[in-house]
Design a protein around this ligand. Structure first.
Ligand code: SF4
Length: 429
């Protein structure tokens, strides 16, 4: 593709950003602007911002004539960082990144740092920018945004300053989006957002996430698999609890935003649960759905965390029976209360993150070993790789069609994957 015809979107961060990059691709095409590379950034850690800057410099070297536009959460929270880069032509805020008009206006942006920036106050947003998409590029499943922003203010988190307050996509629009994707041959839908357990608080009748899931599953009997992205443990509503424990099409895998295992640290994080709540929730769910698996986000090295407090995060892995751990070494984000707290040394933070990762890898290996001998229907992601309902990664003995759901027998396990014998013929193509 020649430089002039280029319209590229480079995505950092979460599933929601991946979904929005599809919307940006559609907006770019609608704007008619060519020779553009959009960098859709993430602000969750300092490392994410560093990687985006590195990518911008590389893009400029590879495409000297292209216009480079930076958007996403890091552009929203620290536009000056990108505007100061000579490689950058424009910085657009999250509120406008899916609008064709925003890209059509770029030729009129000036060259000075101030003139490059069009970032509005994200807290003023009251609605989600909902655009229908036809599926995500190169993926066996499709993410569907149901919510954006967050009303909470956890002391370590920069997200609300990048995405604004919580806003929900009306249920009808979500169902229409799911219908469009399933009609296009997608067998698995992942509901995504920033804080999806606060779904509906801003909608008439205040439907909850459980109501939305029930509505989708009722409206779409042909939908094979519904999956949920990260959940706030204490905000799981009763209807959702019933669906998770009783509906086979709702995948038995919950990723919980737990963050720490010590109650004093949870308090200093301004989290809304205690460790006992997390342990009880996992036990109650597992009692009603024995094949359920849990993942969790845990931060290592939050300011003021002592060795004893950290030990309780390690213990939580066993007490909740977590199998998929996402470990985040604490990264102070400018403008958050936690960045102003007394910081631990980088050495301590890295050592605790390593210890948590080791703990997580052992837990995953034990979970995988328990699957050997089972028969599982898996979603094919690549010809020889698939995903089990509880999110285990499965290596197939023979190629299958990405997007299909096939029956397999689990023959062995490594520390990170399952080995499977694929039955001939797909359950769903
Ligand atoms: S719930 Fe807390 S961690 Fe999650 S996005 Fe909101 S402020 Fe951030």
């Amino acid at each position: 593709m020649t430089d002039n015809a280029r319209r590229d979107v480079l995505t950092f961060g979460c599933r929601l950003n991946a979904y929005e990059s599809e919307q940006i691709r559609a907006a770019l095409a609608e704007s008619g602007e060519d020779n553009i590379v959009v960098v859709n950034t993430c602000a969750v850690t300092g490392e994410a911002v560093r990687q985006a800057r590195q990518q911008i410099r590389r893009t400029r070297r590879e495409h000297p004539g292209a216009r480079i536009i930076v958007t996403g959460c890091a552009a929203q929270t620290e536009p000056e960082t990108f505007a100061a880069m000579p490689e950058v032509d424009a910085v657009i805020g999250n509120a406008d990144k899916a609008k064709a008009a925003a890209y059509a206006a770029v030729p009129d942006f000036g060259a000075s740092a101030a003139e490059k920036v069009r970032v509005n106050d994200i807290m003023e947003l009251r609605e989600t920018a909902h655009h229908m998409i036809d599926g995500l590029k190169d993926r066996a499943r499709a993410f569907v945004q149901v919510q954006n922003g967050c009303d909470h203010r956890c002391t370590f988190c920069i997200i609300p300053y990048g995405r604004g307050n919580s806003r929900s996509v009306p249920m009808g629009a979500v169902v229409d989006q799911v219908r469009r994707l399933v009609g296009g041959g997608i067998n698995e839908i992942v509901l995504t957002g920033v804080d999806i357990t606060s779904y509906g608080t801003d909608l008439p009748g205040a439907p909850r996430l459980g109501d939305l899931c029930a509505r989708i599953l009722k409206a779409m009997p042909e939908l094979m698999r519904l999956r949920l992205s990260s959940l706030d443990a204490v905000e799981i509503d009763p209807a959702l609890f019933e669906l998770v424990t009783g509906e086979a099409r709702l995948m038995p895998h919950l990723h919980l935003s737990l963050q720490a295992g010590d109650n004093m640290i949870l308090k200093r994080m301004k989290r809304r649960h205690a460790r006992e709540d997390a342990i009880r929730l996992c036990a109650d769910l597992r009692a009603r759905r024995t094949d359920i698996a849990f993942g969790a986000d845990i931060i290592a090295g939050f300011p003021t965390e002592t060795d004893e407090m950290f030990a309780r995060s390690l213990e939580l892995v066993d007490e909740c029976g977590l199998s998929f751990l996402h470990v985040f070494p604490f990264s102070p984000r400018k403008g958050t209360p936690a960045a102003r707290m007394p910081q631990l040394s980088g050495t301590v933070i890295r050592a605790r993150a390593a210890a948590l990762r080791d703990k997580g890898e052992d837990a995953l290996a034990r979970h995988l070993a328990r699957q050997v001998g089972r028969t599982l229907s898996v979603l094919v992601e690549e010809p020889l790789r698939a995903r089990a309902p509880d999110f285990c990664e499965v290596i197939l003995d023979k190629p299958a069609t990405p997007g299909a759901i096939i029956e397999t027998s689990i023959t062995a396990a490594t520390r990170t994957t399952l080995q499977a014998q694929a039955a001939s013929g797909a359950l769903a193509a």
